[in-house]
Design a protein around this ligand. Structure first.
Ligand SMILES: C[S@@+](CC[C@H](N)C(=O)[O-])C[C@H]1O[C@@H](n2cnc3c(N)ncnc32)[C@H](O)[C@@H]1O
Length: 229
């Protein structure tokens, strides 16, 4: 089974044999993991019956009914405590991911690893993981079909970053000098420069422009760290 680089990176972070994939849609992640013998059991959950139907078809087509169970329902609520060691929530907004984690706090008690791939608001997700007692052990950034994706693996533990820049761009990505983060920073700086140099920029937009200047300075600060050694 061929899956996207984004989903492969999510799957690559899985450390445990029992997983739950929340918002599974097509069910590609559990199917890929089961076909590659990385897991012994998966619960594929989705709030909508249409996507879950696609997951059911894929599970059946690949002969994986013994390993993957599909369940309908919101967030973590279709799960019982301690059913899944790793929980995956990919391809959703960061605020929705935080809401799902917050609403499923009881079930989360039995979870050892969280793999999240927020489509936006990554800063909020990093902050929230720390708040609920998870430490970020690894991160990857993937560039695919013209888009950047953040994939975060978190395990139980107490951690706080001492600076905001680590929450904004990802401490682990900066530490490993991620080539994709480097690309992202350059793309952001180019985008901000073209806005600031645009002839349509007007003084009445000064608050918005100040925000762009701050964001640009932050991106440049991280780039400087890449070039420092
Ligand atoms: C964009 S798809 C992402 C699918 C897959 N996880 C991926 O990364 O490719 C989002 C899926 O999440 C489901 N979804 C949205 N809100 C949800 C919630 N609160 N609980 C469970 N599933 C949800 C949608 O029905 C949809 O199938």
């Amino acid at each position: 089974m061929e899956i996207s680089q984004r989903l492969k990176t999510v799957a690559g972070f899985v450390k445990y044999k029992t997983i739950a994939d929340i918002g599974t849609d097509h069910g590609y992640i559990p199917c890929y993991l089961a076909l590659n013998e990385k897991i012994t059991r998966a619960i594929a959950c989705d709030i909508n019956d249409g996507p879950l139907g696609k997951a059911r078809e894929n599970v059946k087509a690949n002969g994986l009914d013994e390993i993957i169970e599909t369940r309908l329902g919101p967030g973590l609520l279709p799960l019982h405590k301690s059913e899944a060691e790793t929980v995956i929530i990919a391809g959703m907004g960061g605020i929705l991911i935080c809401d799902i984690l917050f609403e499923g706090m009881d079930i989360l008690g039995g979870v050892k690893q969280l793999i999240v791939q927020p489509q936006r608001d990554v800063y909020r997700v990093r902050k929230f993981l720390h708040k609920i007692g998870f430490m970020i052990e690894d991160e990857e950034m993937v560039y695919e079909a013209g888009k950047f994706y953040n994939i975060i693996s978190a395990v139980r533990g107490s951690e706080r970053y001492s600076d905001e820049i680590s929450y904004i761009f990802g401490k682990r990505l900066m530490e490993k000098k991620s080539a994709v983060l480097y690309m992202y920073l350059n793309a952001e700086i180019e985008k901000y420069s073209s806005i600031l140099n645009s002839t349509s920029v007007r003084p009445e937009n000064s608050a918005g422009l100040e925000k762009i200047r701050v964001n640009m300075a932050l991106s440049q600060e991280v780039l400087k760290r890449y070039e420092a050694d």
